[in-house]
Design a protein around this ligand. Structure first.
Ligand code: CO
Ligand code: CO
Ligand code: CO
Length: 321
């Protein structure tokens, strides 16, 4: 996707604060000196069988790109692809799940569009607003920062296991909880404390989104592999070879920019490349403020941890130790 986007003609506009060039999460367009609009879209195929939960996950994921920019979502529209052969009750459940999360985000759904398609897909376009001076991008990590991750990783592996009906109820429920937790609280915490840079961790995995941050910020990210929050069962499944294709394509795409320093187990490497569905925020924050931020995140529904630091640009944009 990123490669294809590069081939689009360059867009230049004085009011376009964040556009295509930093591969950031959303576009930001300045309306006036006090207001900018954040615009984003995300949709995908079901990751779980339950249509209501799928709707919740897809909406949580779509809303996340606004939070990753430091903003609050205001408006959303449904985008839905749906086959004729499925009952419209299923569609209604998906939409209910989505609207449940939009409501929790204190935004409103103002419309949408449906297309007939063989495979169901659902997501949202989301519009949010922010002061132009408060926009957080993925390209402002500073040397000396700590990196904080606000959700465990391994969701791609777990979703593969869910499709193969290999997960137990506990693991399924844990994954659903992670994927349906809005990044709103994490956003509020980081805005309160004041941080340098942020992205959410989704399809390109921890290392892919980390790489975008490293390259955009002209620094190297050092990741502490032993400090990573990982869904316990994901390690088990990954060591059995239950690794989604997306993990390999992420590795093929960026592997030459990543250096693994010590002997790190293959399953941990796979999980670091693993595409996340509705993952957490990766936040780059001054070391002095990191403790305060973690304090602020103490009651966060998912585990938040320091997972690395930002160092001077090295030969490799990502070092894993
Ligand atoms: Co994103
Ligand atoms: Co996105
Ligand atoms: Co961003």
């Amino acid at each position: 996707m990123a490669q294809v986007l590069c081939q689009l003609p360059k867009v230049e506009d004085d009011n376009l604060l964040v556009g295509l060039d930093t591969s950031d999460d959303a576009a930001v367009y300045k309306i006036d000196d006090n207001k900018a609009m954040i615009q984003t879209i995300d949709f995908f195929t079901p990751v779980v069988d339950d249509p209501f939960i799928f709707g919740q996950i897809a909406a949580t994921n779509a809303l996340s790109d606004v939070y990753a920019m430091g903003g609050d979502p205001s408006l959303a529209m449904n985008i839905i692809c749906f086959p004729n052969c499925l009952s419209t009750d299923v569609m209604a459940e998906i939409l209910k799940g989505g609207s449940d999360k939009v409501k929790e985000a204190k935004a409103i759904i103002v419309g949408g569009h449906t297309v007939e398609d063989d495979e169901p897909k659902y997501g949202l376009t989301v519009t949010g607003f922010i002061h132009p001076g408060d926009v957080l991008t993925n390209s402002d990590a500073k040397v000396g920062d700590y990196l904080i991750l606000t959700k465990p990783i391994g969701l791609g592996v777990i979703n593969t296991a869910i499709k193969a009906q290999m997960t137990d109820e506990k693991t399924y429920n844990e994954a659903v909880k992670i994927m349906t937790t809005l990044n709103k609280k994490a956003k509020d915490a980081m805005v309160n404390i004041g941080v340098n840079s942020c992205t959410d961790v989704t399809g390109f995995g921890l290392l892919g989104h980390g790489l975008e941050m490293a390259e955009g910020s002209d620094v190297t990210l050092k990741i502490y592999s032993e400090k990573l929050p990982i869904i316990e069962e994901a390690k088990e499944f990954a060591s059995m070879g239950l690794v989604p294709a997306g993990s390999y394509s992420n590795m093929n795409f960026i592997g030459d920019k990543v250096k693994f320093e010590n002997d790190i187990n293959q399953e941990i490497k796979d999980i670091m490349y693993d595409p996340q569905t509705s993952g957490g925020l990766l936040i780059s924050v001054e070391k002095d403020k990191a403790k305060l931020l973690l304090e602020e995140l103490k009651n966060h529904p998912t585990e938040c941890r320091i997972i690395g630091e930002v160092i001077k640009k090295d030969k490799y944009p990502i070092l894993v130790e």
